[in-house]
Structures are given as C-alpha cells and as structure tokens.
Design a protein around this ligand. Structure first.
Ligand SMILES: Cc1cc2nc3c(=O)[nH]c(=O)nc-3n(C[C@H](O)[C@H](O)[C@H](O)COP(=O)(O)OP(=O)(O)OC[C@H]3O[C@@H](n4cnc5c(N)ncnc54)[C@H](O)[C@@H]3O)c2cc1C
Length: 430
C-alpha cells in the first residue's frame, strides 16, 4: 500500500479563528474582532450566513434577554424601507450583503469556499486547522478557535466526545429544503405557522385538509404540516414543508438521496398550493435553499450538558452567558410528519451556562450554535437563530478575553465575560 505524505505550509495566523459563518459564527467573529483580536472566519461555501442565507431559513425565531448581538443583527436584517418587521422572514438576498458588511465593518478576515477538513494539536492544545482551497491545502493557525460549524466538525476532529440523535434509537429530526414563493395574492391567501395553527380553508382546518391530501398522495408522505410564513415583501411566503426522515446528514450518500427526494417534493407542494389553496393559483418559486437543511446532527459534550429539565424549570446558572433564552422544544418528528409529540412543548425562559460552550478533552476551543453541549430535547429549543446569535457573541468575547488573560477558555473567569456583556447593555441577571 502506498503511504501518502505531504508537507503543509502555514498560510496565516490569527488570534481567533471562527469556523462556520452561520448566525453563531458571524456573531462570534464580530465580537472577537471588536475586542481588537485579529480574527478570521472560515466558511466552506461561497456565501456567508449559513442557514440565514443559503439555508433559506426564517423567520429568526425565539428570543433572549435584551442587549445582545441578536438585537443588532436581526434589526439590520429586518429593517426594510425604514420599518422594522418582527416575526417575518428576512430577505435572503439582502442578508448575504448585510452579513458580509457586518463582518467586514468589524475588521474580520473572511475566507470563502474554504472547507476545514482537519485539525492539528500540540500537547493536547488545538493549534491549527487544515483548509482546502484552490491554492491547495494549508494550515491556518490560531490562538483560539470557535467551532460554529453546526455539525461540530472541529471539536470532533480534535477529539471531543459527542452525541447523536434521541435517546434509544438515535434518530434525528428530518432534513428539509426551504423555499420562497412569490406572486401570492395576499388579499385571499392564508398563512400557516405550524402544527397548532387553527387557520382554515373554507370550513375545514387547513392542516386537517393537508393531512388528508398526504394520505391520498396529493402531498408527499409526512408533508402535511404546510407552513407558509409571510416575508418582509408582499405576495411572498416561505414554505417550510418538505421533509425526509431517517437521513444521516453526515453521510455523503444520504445527503444526495435526501436532496433528490426533496427537490421533487418542492414541485409537488408548489403544484398542490396552485391547485387547492386560494390566492396561490399563480405562485412561482422565487428562491430556495442551496444546501440541505439540517436541523440536528452532532451535539458536542461539554463541561455541562443542558437538559430539557433545565428548560422546563427556567433554570438560572451562575455562569450564565445567554439569559432568558426562550423557544419551544421544537422536535420535528424523527419518524413521521409534524412534531414528535404532536405539539412543541412550551418551556420557561432559561439560561445557557458558559460550560456548555467548553468541549471536553480539547483546549483552546469554544463551541457556538446548534452543536453546543445539550440533549436532543434541549437542542430542539436552543438551535433557533436568535439564541445561536447570542451564544456566538458570548463565545467571541470569551475567546478574546482568554487571550488577554493568557488562560485557556476553560480556565477563564466567567465573571469577566459577564462583565463585558453587561457593560455593552446585555441583561444577564434580571
Ligand atoms: C429546515 C430548517 C428550518 C429551520 N427553521 C428555523 C426557523 O424558522 N427559525 C429559526 O430561528 N431557526 C430555524 N432553524 C434552525 C436554525 O436555522 C439553525 O439551528 C441555526 O442556523 C444554527 O446556527 P449555526 O450558526 O449553529 O449553524 P448554521 O446556520 O448551520 O451555520 C453553520 C455554517 O458552518 C459552515 N460549515 C460547516 N462545516 C464547515 C467546515 N468543515 N468548514 C467550513 N465551514 C463549515 C456551514 O457551511 C454554515 O455556513 C431551522 C433549521 C432548519 C434546517
């Protein structure tokens, strides 16, 4: 067998290296750069934003206590013609520019079309990531790294333990391709916000009608929950309906299988809307996700594992870095349509402790976004984009402060992060 070896160049060195440019990564990079750190953000695709842009995901759901970067970024995304919309889907094309400017204005060095494919450590400390670019393979070094890849690629490569799926059968929430339709007649068209939306079509509850259509083949199997969200533009709806179950999004063959099925579902659902739903007769597809929508994959195990009981109790933690995180436990059924338990569970606003951002076994690394340390159920709440933005900001601040204090993120005094967040107006303790 041939043994392949290659000597790699170091192409750049930074204070803070953020991998992944979704809602969490963007806020992490901006927070670090604003604190004077030489910061890079590395994104595998050619567009920044993760699910905020190429995932075509909206609206930005959930909330956190006031004063975080969620307030700032969501207002940039949702202000149209001088009016700030809430609860509406942002403009995906505008978001691509907003996110780019947000990072550039903070002085972040941006890497596009640059997947991170491996990591390097010395004496158990993460020192660099291996990137694949047109120029070839090279190493980007950093003093601190933030894994905001959603899938926890960096933490896993560096040796952190991780969990996958729900207890028992390890099934994941289904994958989806989101898309936006235009030319909807708002004067007659309904919107539908999910399982518990009572909106009617004639005399019948809309989702009862769609369930019948799923049974008789007018809609794809398991796609009865036809969510139709208004956007910031008249005559548009974001359609959050396609879904394929039993897909492992970490496996190449399964990604392609899901993509093929979901693209066909988009045509079927659009034809259904044109045929059966008043106001949608002339709708057409405006844009859609450019990559598979993954609700759930790896959850990295950290110093604390946030549990659904913490959410039910609205638990406070001494090492809070995101306060009053609030969103239902939104588990899309891993083995069928709709929600896992019929309805999403309402919880009490809860804290996210700093320990959830610190992976076991790896030094110099922080977690941010949906891959932080939590259970399947808790993740189904904190995965929404408002909460991911707030935890990204906290991770960026922690990375910067740990460099200044010359301690690892694990050893950093959490009060220094809390002080920094509070000084900028974030509410952590009300
Ligand atoms: C179908 C669907 C519907 C959803 N609906 C909503 C909703 O209505 N409202 C809401 O608030 N949330 C919703 N969510 C959840 C939300 O979009 C995500 O949980 C959230 O975007 C996670 O943010 P993140 O920053 O952790 O990851 P992501 O947004 O996934 O961003 C991760 C980024 O990392 C990059 N990346 C990954 N691996 C690498 C690598 N190895 N090297 C370089 N770059 C890499 C990716 O390309 C991506 O840009 C939905 C999710 C899905 C899939």
């Amino acid at each position: 067998m041939i043994k392949y070896e290659k000597v790699l160049d170091v192409s750049a060195s930074y204070d803070v290296v953020v991998i992944g440019s979704g809602p969490a990564g963007i806020c992490a990079a901006v927070a670090a750069a604003r604190r004077g750190m030489k910061t890079a953000i590395i994104e595998r695709y050619g567009i920044l934003g993760g699910n905020l842009t190429i995932g075509c995901v909206g609206p930005i759901l959930g909330s956190v206590a006031k004063g975080t970067m969620y307030d700032e970024l969501s207002s940039l995304l949702l202000t149209e013609d001088g009016k700030t919309w809430t609860g509406r889907v942002h403009d995906m094309e505008k978001a691509k520019r907003v996110v780019l400017d947000f990072l550039l204005n903070a002085g972040v060095n941006i890497y596009l079309q640059t997947p991170v494919i491996d990591t390097f450590q010395e004496a158990g400390i993460l020192t660099g990531v291996l990137v694949a670019q047109k120029e070839g393979l090279s190493v980007i070094e950093g003093k601190r790294f933030i894994d905001a890849t959603g899938d926890g690629d960096i933490a896993v490569s560096a040796g952190a333990p991780w969990e996958f799926g729900r207890d028992g059968d390890r099934k994941l929430q289904p994958v989806t391709l989101m898309y936006i339709i235009e030319n909807v007649d708002d004067s007659r068209a309904i919107s539908c916000y999910g399982e518990d939306d009572p909106v009617k079509l004639g005399e019948e509850k809309f989702l009862d009608f769609t369930a019948r259509c799923c049974s008789d083949g007018r809609l794809p199997e398991n796609c009865y929950c036809v969510r139709l969200y208004p956007t910031t533009h008249p005559g548009e709806r974001l359609v959050n309906t396609t879904q394929v179950n039993h897909i492992n999004p970490l496996k190449q063959t399964e990604i392609v299988k899901a993509e093929a099925e979901l693209r066909h579902q988009i045509d079927c659902i659009t034809n259904f809307l044109r045929t059966y739903v008043p106001g949608y007769e002339n709708c057409r597809i405006k844009t859609g996700a450019s990559t598979l929508g993954v609700r759930e994959s790896r959850r990295i195990t950290g110093e604390y594992i946030l549990d659904v009981e913490d959410l039910r109790a609205g638990r406070r933690f001494d090492d809070v870095i995101v306060h009053k995180a609030n969103f239902v436990v939104d588990i899309h059924n891993p083995v069928g349509g709709g929600q896992e338990y019929g309805l999403a569970e309402v919880i009490k606003p809860y804290d996210i402790p700093y320990r959830c951002l610190i992976p076991l076994n790896v030094e110099n690394l922080l977690l941010a976004g949906r891959c932080i340390s939590g259970t399947h159920e808790a993740m189904a709440s904190f995965r929404v984009m408002s909460i991911c933005m707030a935890m990204g900001e906290a991770a960026g601040i922690a990375a910067a402060l740990s460099i200044t204090a010359n301690v690892s993120p694990r050893q950093l005094n959490v009060e220094s992060i809390q002080k920094e967040l509070t000084a900028k107006g974030a509410d952590l303790f009300s």
